[in-house]
Design a protein around this ligand. Structure first.
Ligand code: KIV
Ligand code: ZN
Length: 514
């Protein structure tokens, strides 16, 4: 049996998706969920990118026990040291160092000769080996690199102890058959001297297909992300790669992964809710419509025999379509049983808070679905420390010709501060009054509202991206409520609290590392 190592880079390449920045609490929750999903290696970030990234990797290293924790680093000694320090407390640890190997990258980006690139790679791997035994080396833009040069550099890094050799199609240019052929040749060349890995980007929509072709030709590690997040059009989607191997057992009978597929849906939901990036409805495996059958002919077929139109079932990935609906009469025991079933493992204190929020929601919403509970609980456990806490929000009704206004009471340092503001609209008034009370001047870059489930009383989920300091990236905030304006105020204050918790560790927007 060939075990395919699943290397998840949602927290690193996924975080490079425009606007997908996460706070440390969110990263920790994600890492714990990835561990539960059974991923072999979690690339937890890029330690040298900022003190905040390094801190998140180090805290993840303390908490995750079963998955290997990895930090990316350029082939530069200061990066490697930052990576080595950040993963020092991990039970199993890896440094992933990379340098570009394609003619275009070497000439224009690195301005280095091929010999200099080889030397830099060898020095980087040798230095990384002084921090941990498990070292991965990547040839950035391998897809457009000369195969002869790839062999030369891979040979050199194997000599100094690289254990995993990664072949990224960084710009998603190659056809699956081309990547397959490349891996076949490199696999023959490397033989059993190291593990061959692939990392395919999705610029032409081929990332998953290419990863599968690579597996068929000798790759034994696949780098991927949940929901296919990642730089530009993203990376190969973990759920797709894993479900292809599982569903086409006729082809892949000799291949296995350590993934617990029942955790796929929960992981996908957590990533969407934390990043604010919803999957498209028709996304394979985890999209809203992936298991929905609209047409009468299909529904009739499914009722007669599920496999007429289904090659896998929703239950396989942990999506329970017939789940018990909860409501205001559900007690704490039923609620905690439900949380266990949904895969949440809360402390007593977290459970009390989550139950309080559930009760408040149940007062304004008749039926509460699994996705409502997922959204509610993940919002609770990934919240940054509440430096500012919304106590009340009062809005004027916006009659035509009237002046929209918002009044808030916000708790800060144990004191309630009350103020009011007028605005061009209700939302503008909300942002203005919060800015005034908290002494900031946030610039709203993105605003999105979605209903978590169906029904007129559906829970609204608002995601905002706000810049509080022009030299720092936009910070995301989430707010949940059956009232969209209340969700908006919560989201904005959430972004501010996240900003305060991260501000010293945030990278400067002008620093481009990759
Ligand atoms: O796409 C890429 O080449 C990367 C490397 C840093 C592995 O993400
Ligand atoms: Zn990448």
């Amino acid at each position: 049996m060939n075990n395919i190592i699943i290397f998840d880079t949602t927290l690193r390449d996924g975080e490079q998706s425009p606007g997908a920045s996460m706070n440390t609490e969110e990263k920790i929750q994600m890492a714990l969920q990835l561990e539960k999903l059974g991923v072999d290696v979690i690339e937890a970030g890029f330690a040298a990118a900022s003190p905040g990234d390094a801190d998140a990797i180090s805290r993840i290293s303390e908490q995750v026990q079963n998955s290997t924790i990895c930090s990316l680093s350029r082939a530069i000694s200061s990066d490697i040291k930052a990576a080595g320090d950040a993963i020092a407390k991990a039970n199993k640890r890896r440094i992933h160092t990379f340098i570009a190997t394609s003619p275009i990258h070497m000439e224009y980006k690195l301005k280095m000769s091929p010999d200099e690139v080889i030397k830099r790679a060898v020095d980087a791997v040798s230095y990384a080996k002084t921090f941990c035994d498990d070292v991965e080396f990547s040839c950035e833009d391998a897809g457009r690199s000369d195969i002869g040069f790839l062999k030369e550099i891979l040979d050199a890094v194997i000599e100094v102890g690289a254990n995993t050799l990664n072949i990224p199609d960084t710009v998603g240019y190659r056809m699956p058959s081309e990547m397959g052929a490349m891996i076949k040749e490199l696999s023959g060349f490397i033989s059993n001297r190291a593990i061959l890995s692939v990392h395919n980007h999705n610029d032409l929509g081929l990332a998953t297909a290419s990863s599968i072709a690579c597996i068929q030709n000798g790759a034994r590690q696949v780098e991927c992300t949940i929901n296919g997040l990642g730089e530009r059009a993203g990376n190969a989607a973990l759920e797709e790669v894993v479900m292809i191997l599982k569903t086409r057992k006729d082809i892949f009978k000799d291949f296995s992964t350590n993934i617990n597929i029942k955790e796929i849906y929960a992981t996908s939901r957590l990533v969407s809710s934390i990043t604010g990036i919803e999957t498209q409805p028709n996304k394979a495996i985890v999209g809203k419509n992936a298991f929905a059958h609209e047409s009468g002919i299909h529904q009739d077929g499914i009722l007669k025999h599920a496999q007429t139109y289904e090659i896998m079932s929703a239950q396989d990935i942990g999506l329970d379509k017939n789940s018990l609906v909860m409501g205001k009469h559900s007690g704490r025991h039923a609620f905690s049983e439900k949380l266990k079933k949904l895969g949440f493992n809360l402390s007593d204190e977290e459970l009390i808070k989550a139950f309080e929020r559930f009760k408040i929601l149940a007062d304004s919403k008749k039926e509460i679905f699994d996705d409502d509970i997922r959204a509610l609980v993940s919002a609770e456990i990934t919240k940054a420390q509440e430096v500012y806490k919304l106590v009340t929000l009062q809005l004027s009704d916006c009659n035509p010709g009237g002046v929209p206004s918002a009044a808030v009471t916000i708790e800060h340092n144990g004191k309630d501060i009350t103020d009011a503001a007028i605005g061009n609209g209700t939302m503008d008034a909300i942002f203005k009054v919060i800015d005034r009370v908290c002494g900031v001047n946030g610039k709203l870059k993105e605003y999105k509202v979605d209903s978590v489930t169906q029904g007129k009383d559906a829970l609204a989920k608002v995601v905002v991206k706000v810049v509080f300091d022009e030299s720092k990236p936009a910070i995301m905030g989430h707010g949940l409520s059956v009232d969209t304006m209340l969700a908006t105020a919560r989201a904005y204050i959430g972004a501010l609290n996240s900003y305060i918790s991260m501000k010293d560790g945030l990278r400067n927007v002008k620093d481009k590392l990759i």
